[in-house]
Each structure stands twice: as C-alpha cells, then as structure tokens.
Design a protein around this ligand. Structure first.
Ligand code: SAM
Length: 275
C-alpha cells in the first residue's frame, strides 16, 4: 500500500477513473477510495503494471484488459444463502405478504456470479411463487453475469451452501436442484426460466420497472455517501409502495436522504419496507 502514499499515485488514480469513465462509461469515481485503491494496486501487481499510468494505458487500448481490471474492482464474491437468517426472514415474514399479489417482480441488484439469485429462485419455487415472478438479476461485470447465467458453481462450496440452505428454512435438500459433475454442479435450468440477466449500473443507469422485492446486498458498502444516496434513490423509485428492500448485513439506509421513505421491517436482517 506504500504506493498510495505518493502524490503521484493519487493523481494517476484520479486520471485512471476519469479515463475509464470517458472510454467505457463505467463510473467508479464515487466508490470508497480506500478499498478501490487497494483493488487497483492488486490489479497492477497481477497485470504486470509498475504504475497506474501503465495500467491506464493498457485498459484504454485493450478492452479485455479493462474487463480484467474490473474483475478486481468489482469484487465478484458471493455465496448461496449468504447470511441464512436473511433468507429465513424473507421466507417467514416477507413471502407471506408477497403471496397476496397476483404477480411479482423481484430485482437482485449487484447479483455477481448468481449465488444470491439462485438462492431466491429456490425459495420462490418452494413457496409456489416462481411461476408468477419475473426476476431481474443485474450487475456491471459482464463476466460475472455470464457465470450467473450458466448457474455452475464449484463442488467444494456446495457443503457450505447446503448448510446455509437448511438454516435458511430450505424444505428439501439443495442437491435436488442441481446436477453434479466433476468439480462443479449445475443448477437446473428450470430455476432460471423467469430470470433476466442484464447489465445495469446503480451508478449510471436509471430506475427499473415497479418491483415488489429488491435484494441489493454487499454492493452499496463499496460506494461513498453521495453514490449511496443516488443508488438508494433509484432503489426507492423502483419499488412499489409497501414493498421490500433487503440489504447486506453491514449496510443500512439509516443515514441516507431516502431513509424517510422506508420503515425497518426486520431490522436485524436489514429488511426495509417502503412506506
Ligand atoms: C460483493 S458482490 C455481492 C454479490 C451478492 N449481492 C452477494 O451479496 O453475495 C458485489 C457486486 O456488486 C457489483 N457492483 C459493483 N458496482 C456496481 C454498480 N455500480 N451497479 C451494480 N452492481 C455493481 C459487483 O460487480 C459485484 O458483483
């Protein structure tokens, strides 16, 4: 991290973000700087660049290098039924209300490689809601979206996911939903028949169609206060009245200028209801 201490690094870092915005329309200028700088330094080390300017040159002239860089910047880390109690609360307290609607729209914003959206699809299936739900799964990282669409996950993670699934109130066995082959498992295509995977940025794109549940977990934590406000505004406007927003365990809407539009629904699981 010593490199971040130099004034030159700070200048080059700002220029890199400007250059990315101008060339690719990806706006990282309002991400939390400390974490973003760490990621850029990691990328420099792994991509063989001894300065940020060298990294900039690479990503400006080669789009594959840009997508290599956003692998570092976007933190494509996820888990099925991550924080199982969140999913248990959705199942026990939110789903019964959603069941009163004739059709549903669910938005998983920042879906990464798909673990969260398959978890929700399994829950909706078990609650007889999947057929009448349209699910939008969005992210800014096209490589993550492609993985999400494939629905293939590593066998070594499945034991943890199975335990999470049961803690989250799963009614069967997770193995009922995938086919195993060597080193990986593929979740059944039926789970994704109502899922649309799409590139959408909470930093630059606009409001979604009226949704009943938005799960946006472990994304806003990487944004500064200004960008969080933008994103919360977008999430708020994309939700129907009395519908639900779920955040990650370290995230809160409390300090946002949009907090007034929400009431805590299950505070400990960061589930809010639009008022
Ligand atoms: C740590 S992952 C969280 C994945 C999943 N939601 C979970 O909780 O397991 C953060 C995700 O947010 C996505 N992301 C980052 N900036 C974004 C933006 N501006 N708009 C939408 N998604 C974004 C990243 O690409 C990454 O896939």
């Amino acid at each position: 991290m010593e490199r971040t201490l130099t004034p030159e690094f700070e200048i080059e870092f700002k220029l890199l973000l400007e250059a990315i915005n101008l060339k690719y329309s990806y706006d990282f200028r309002h991400y939390s700087p400390a974490s973003l700088k760490r990621r850029v330094i990691q990328a420099m080390n792994r991509m063989g660049c001894h300065s940020v300017s060298m990294l900039q040159e690479k990503v400006l002239h080669n789009s594959e290098s840009f997508y290599d860089l956003i692998q570092f910047i976007t933190i494509p880390v996820s888990e099925m039924f991550r924080d199982p109690h969140y999913f248990l609360s959705l199942r026990e307290s939110v789903i019964p209300i959603l069941k009163t609607y004739p059709s549903l729209k669910l938005w998983v914003a920042g879906c990464s490689t798909g673990e969260e959206v398959y978890s929700l699809a399994i829950m909706l299936l078990e609650e007889d809601l999947l057929d009448r739900t349209i699910v939008y799964a969005t992210d800014i990282n096209p490589r993550s979206l492609a993985k999400a669409e494939n629905g293939i996950f590593r066998t070594e993670d499945i034991q943890k996911y199975s335990q999470n699934y049961l803690k989250a109130g799963g009614k069967q066995s997770l193995a009922d939903y995938y086919t195993a082959s060597s080193g990986s498992v593929k979740f059944h295509n039926a789970l994704k028949k109502n899922i649309t995977f799409a590139n959408h940025s909470l930093a630059t794109d606009s409001v979604f169609s009226e949704t009943h549940l938005i799960s946006c977990r472990n994304v806003l934590i990487y944004f500064d206060r200004e960008l969080q406000n933008r994103a919360f505004g977008l999430l708020q406007e994309s939700l129907c009245r009395k519908c639900f927003l779920g955040l990650g365990s370290k995230e809160t809407i409390q300090f946002s200028q949009h907090a007034k539009y929400f009431d805590p629904f299950i505070k400990s699981d960061r589930i809010y209801q639009k008022n």
